[in-house]
Design a protein around this ligand. Structure first.
Ligand code: DX5
Ligand code: ZN
Length: 225
């Protein structure tokens, strides 16, 4: 399966020591830091905003190399937050298409800041959301749980969707990342990677144990098989 990127989700971290938690997963080999933004409107939960994103920036470096912050916006509307997260150091901003009025406009807005743009599809969202915008996207994020909470069970029906999006990306000939988010652990990582994902989000599977490096390595090793 080649090189798989592992993106620990901070939602499962100890928020009272967030900087240290970020530093610990960065040291443990995280390829990206997945930053979940919830607004108690688009999803029934409230998490963190641009000020927290800004605050973790200094901890997102390994041997002086920046580890990108992968912002997952679960908010409605989307556009007003894009400049704030751009300013706060996001490298990727992904959003849910049904949460914005003009999907193409929001993608262009994100890219106008020199940031990678991602579209997020919920388990029940059809792939036709990609029809006219795949050429503008840097990343597709497929949800394998319903957004709003960490620690939920992986929804198996998403696997054929991953395979279908992989086909569309390959046919496009562009280097679009395919990320999967929700309920991923060392027991299902191989199936997700086999279906065509190249980037795996893991919250509770990384922060739930004592040894973050062991957890990240276990997911990476399964995905690479
Ligand atoms: C769910 C979030 C996910 C979640 C992943 O709304 O988008 O990123 O935190 O956590 P786990 O891996 O515990 O499902
Ligand atoms: Zn997420």
């Amino acid at each position: 399966n080649g090189q798989i990127r592992i993106a620990p989700s901070l939602l499962a971290a100890d928020f009272s020591r967030l900087g240290d938690e970020v530093g610990a997963v960065v040291e443990a080999g995280a390829d990206l830091i997945h930053f979940d933004v919830m607004d108690n409107h688009y999803v029934p939960n409230l998490s963190m905003g641009p000020m927290v994103c800004q605050a973790i920036g200094p901890y997102c470096r390994r041997a002086d190399i920046p580890v990108p912050i992968d912002v997952h916006l679960m908010v409605r509307p989307v556009d007003a937050l894009v400049p704030l997260f751009a300013e706060a150091g996001a490298s990727i901003i992904s959003f849910h298409p049904e949460a914005t009025e003009h999907v193409d406009r929001t993608i262009r807005l994100i890219r106008s800041f020199g940031i990678k743009a991602g579209l997020v599809l919920n388990p029940a969202s059809p792939l036709h959301w990609l029809d006219h915008v795949l050429d503008e996207l840097d990343l597709v994020l497929l949800m394998s749980v319903n957004p709003g909470f960490g620690g939920q069970r992986f929804i198996e029906a998403v696997l054929p969707k991953v395979a279908a999006v992989r086909k569309r990306i390959d046919a496009s000939g562009r280097d679009v990342w395919l990320e999967v988010d929700g309920g991923i652990n060392a027991s299902n990582a191989r199936r997700v990677a086999d279906a065509g994902a190249d980037t795996l989000v893991a919250g509770s599977a990384v922060f739930g144990g004592a040894d973050y490096r062991e957890a990240i390595d276990a997911i990476r090793a399964e995905a690479a098989l």
